[in-house]
Design a protein around this ligand. Sequence first.
Ligand SMILES: C[C@@]1(CC(=O)O)C2=NC(=C\c3[nH]c(c(CCC(=O)O)c3CC(=O)O)Cc3[nH]c(c(CC(=O)O)c3CCC(=O)O)/C=C3\N/C(=C\2)[C@@H](CCC(=O)O)[C@]3(C)CC(=O)O)/[C@H]1CCC(=O)O
Ligand SMILES: NC(=O)c1ccc[n+]([C@@H]2O[C@H](COP(=O)([O-])OP(=O)(O)OC[C@H]3O[C@@H](n4cnc5c(N)ncnc54)[C@H](O)[C@@H]3O)[C@@H](O)[C@H]2O)c1
Length: 205
Amino acid sequence: MSYPIMVDITNKQVVVVGGGKVAERKIRGLQEANANVIVVAPEVTEYIQQLANGGELVWRKKYFSPGDLEDAFLIIAATNNREINEAVAQAAQPYQLINVVDAPTQSNFYVPSIVRRGKLTIAVSTEGASPTLAKKICQEIAEMYDEDYGNYIDFLYECRQYILRNVSDSDKKQQLLQAITGEEFRKSTNWEKEFRKLFERVMGE
Ligand SMILES: C[C@@]1(CC(=O)O)C2=NC(=C\c3[nH]c(c(CCC(=O)O)c3CC(=O)O)Cc3[nH]c(c(CC(=O)O)c3CCC(=O)O)/C=C3\N/C(=C\2)[C@@H](CCC(=O)O)[C@]3(C)CC(=O)O)/[C@H]1CCC(=O)O
Ligand SMILES: NC(=O)c1ccc[n+]([C@@H]2O[C@H](COP(=O)([O-])OP(=O)(O)OC[C@H]3O[C@@H](n4cnc5c(N)ncnc54)[C@H](O)[C@@H]3O)[C@@H](O)[C@H]2O)c1
């Protein structure tokens, strides 16, 4: 059973070996999370080529060699050659995070399917049993949590900071933190006004 965590990879060095369709999908996710991406591959997709031209990632136009993994915080082995992917896994240090796209057992992490709504991230994993099912479940979840959740969560963040700064009574704190996550509150048209009303009511009790 794997242990789910959210990793901050901002400005961390990530080495992606291979530059095909699967590497491209992983790179999109890595760039969204602001990693420093290095791609090692003799050939890459047009999209990866464009990112390299624009200086948004580094493309080492070459076949993989173990030295490519030096200083990598996280590694993705995504060539279309099983033996090369295995060689990447062998060359990785035990403290490096490694994902081998065609060999879950050689990986120490899997990439889940995700739904993002601002600061809200919902990740679904089947531990490699069925990536297609993970994707399908995310499509269902995406319908349940519309785009507006991003704004709502930003507002919750502000409210929570305010509550933590201004409320010392732990029961009242809990009551407020619960109320702002309720459906009634979320669906109100003016969150700020509702929050002020709620705050005054709870603090006046
Ligand atoms: C979730 C997602 C994230 C992402 O990659 O961004 C992801 N795979 C996605 C899609 C997808 N992958 C595959 C298909 C074709 C249909 C099929 O085979 O089912 C589709 C469907 C499609 O493309 O629509 C084929 C496939 N995948 C793996 C193998 C190798 C093997 O199992 O041995 C093979 C066979 C290769 C072959 O030989 O052909 C392995 C892995 N794929 C994982 C993640 C990890 C486990 C995730 C989990 O926990 O379940 C893991 C273990 C490693 C990893 O890559 O981290 C992404 C959905 C993105 C989205 O949400 O849009
Ligand atoms: N994990 C997943 O989500 C998932 C999904 C579908 C397929 N797969 C697997 O991913 C693999 C890659 O699929 P793809 O569609 O991206 O392949 P692809 O053919 O589009 O790309 C392969 C890439 O590997 C590079 N490459 C080949 N030999 C190399 C070497 N020695 N050093 C460095 N780079 C090298 C090529 O230049 C190319 O950029 C497939 O073998 C498939 O089994 C995984």
